[in-house]
Design a protein around this ligand. Structure first.
Ligand SMILES: *Cc1c(COP(=O)(O)O)cnc(C)c1O
Length: 421
């Protein structure tokens, strides 16, 4: 099913493509041609394999979350531990691929946008490793909000460019980075942070991320003797989700679930559920479901997880939704925080707030599917970056469980009850 997609124009059904100025199209065609050659080139593949293995620490394990499963009271929950990769998330998978490609193309500098700073850190890391310069465009608000990641990028030798136009967030950072790219496409190359943007990015990033699913499929077989009954991943732009889904697209026995950020609720303006609430449109040079008003103005988006608040979504996800291969659900801020605490307290794993959306939905699904079923969750990143924020806004101090509680709801109500007051 996925083998032939995208088509030769970069379309997944009606989504994707490249709606960009001719000048930029020419530049990206060159990237695409190089990628088409390199993806079958043995020395490229083995160099990337070696880095994945010795630098990122792949394969990341699949872990059976027994206590969480028990508390959820239904299906068994398994976690694909992308949080254990070097730099703490799945983004290093495509960053290494993109920077290696840049190097093969003789580029001197990689440039990119970043929202929460996670893609910026991953790219700065790969650029440092492979000896390229790195410029990261970041909305001014995110620069202030994500100070630790800004420092990390600087430590790694990247230049962080604060973008003060528009809403001063991710969308504006993308616009500025593309502008900079057009100024010097010879020495620079754009390295996008998800399965979004004009062709060939959605395909390229998916391919680099698909190592997650390839590993996880084999690991689940080794552990349980079969495919998981369901695979769950959070969806911002959609790269960690495509990465794990890709290996299972043709397996009819596996249900796939993408989880979008419902923020403060889908009936409020404060969410980033592009698939659930968006309409078909163009953003950043590709067609997808976009959160916009009737006049096609792109709406401001919100999620507690900065890595998920993008008004568009990867074109392959839009296609997979339309053909009903993947079901898209959502989790609210509160549900994500609940899962954040639960995984920390029950498994000793502090998940990224992004990944917490997937965990939150997996707990619900575990109950629905019941005993004897297995759910594989892509734990896209670790939550060290989110601890300060969560403790400040959802303080644990007064909410310590007084006695040992093993039921998920009960456990969480002990933690959360005072917050409603
Ligand atoms: C960036 C990020 C995401 C969202 O990006 P996708 O492209 O949707 O995967 C999810 N989880 C973590 C930990 C991230 O850093």
């Amino acid at each position: 099913m996925n083998i032939n997609l995208p088509d030769s124009n970069g379309f997944f059904g009606e989504y994707g493509g490249s709606f960009i100025p001719a000048e930029l199209k020419k530049v990206l065609d060159e990237v695409r041609n190089t990628y088409e050659k390199l993806k079958n080139d043995e020395s490229f593949i083995s160099e990337l394999d070696e880095l994945n293995h010795t630098y990122s620490g792949r394969p990341s394990p699949v872990y059976h979350a027994k206590r969480l499963s028990e508390a959820a009271g239904g299906a068994e929950i398994y976690l694909k531990r992308e949080d254990l990769n070097h730099t703490g998330a799945h983004k290093i998978n495509h960053a290494l691929g993109e920077v290696l490609l840049a190097k093969r193309m003789g580029k001197k500098k990689v440039i990119a946008e970043t929202g929460a700073g996670q893609h910026g850190v991953a790219l700065a890391t790969a650029a440092s490793l492979l000896g390229l310069e790195c410029d990261i465009y970041m909305g001014q608000i995110d620069v202030m909000k994500e100070a630790p990641n800004v420092k990390r990028m600087k430590m790694l030798g990247a230049r962080v460019i604060s973008v003060s136009s528009g809403t001063r967030s991710l969308k504006d950072a993308v616009d500025e980075a593309f502008k900079a790219y057009l100024n010097d496409p010879v020495n620079q190359i754009y390295c996008i942070g998800s399965v979004v943007g004009p062709a060939p990015f959605p395909e390229m990033v998916r391919d680099f991320q698909s190592i997650i699913g390839r590993e996880a499929k084999e690991q689940m077989k080794n552990k349980t003797g079969r495919n998981p009954d369901a695979v769950v991943a959070c969806v911002g732009g959609g790269s960690n989700a495509m990465g794990i889904f890709n290996a299972f697209l043709d397996d009819e026995d596996v249900a796939l679930y993408g989880v979008e950020p419902a923020g403060k609720g889908l009936d409020t303006p404060y969410h980033a559920a592009s698939m659930e609430k968006g309409r078909k449109g163009i953003i950043h040079g590709f067609k997808c479901y976009v959160l916009m008003d009737e006049k096609e103005n792109i709406l401001p988006v919100y999620s507690i997880a900065s890595g998920l608040d993008y008004p568009g979504v990867g074109p392959q996800h839009c296609y997979l939704r339309d053909i009903k291969r993947v079901v898209y659900e959502s989790a609210t801020d509160r549900e994500a925080v609940t899962a954040f605490y639960a995984l920390s307290r029950m498994e000793g794993i502090i998940p990224a707030l992004e990944s917490s959306h997937a965990v939150a939905y997996a707990v619900k699904l575990a109950r629905k599917l019941g005993k004897g079923k297995n759910i594989l969750v892509n734990l896209s990143g670790r939550g060290d970056k989110d601890i300060d924020f969560v403790l400040e806004h959802y303080p644990l101090r007064d909410y310590e469980p007084k006695e040992k509680v093993t039921e998920y709801d009960e456990f969480m109500s002990h933690i959360m009850e005072k917050e409603h007051q």
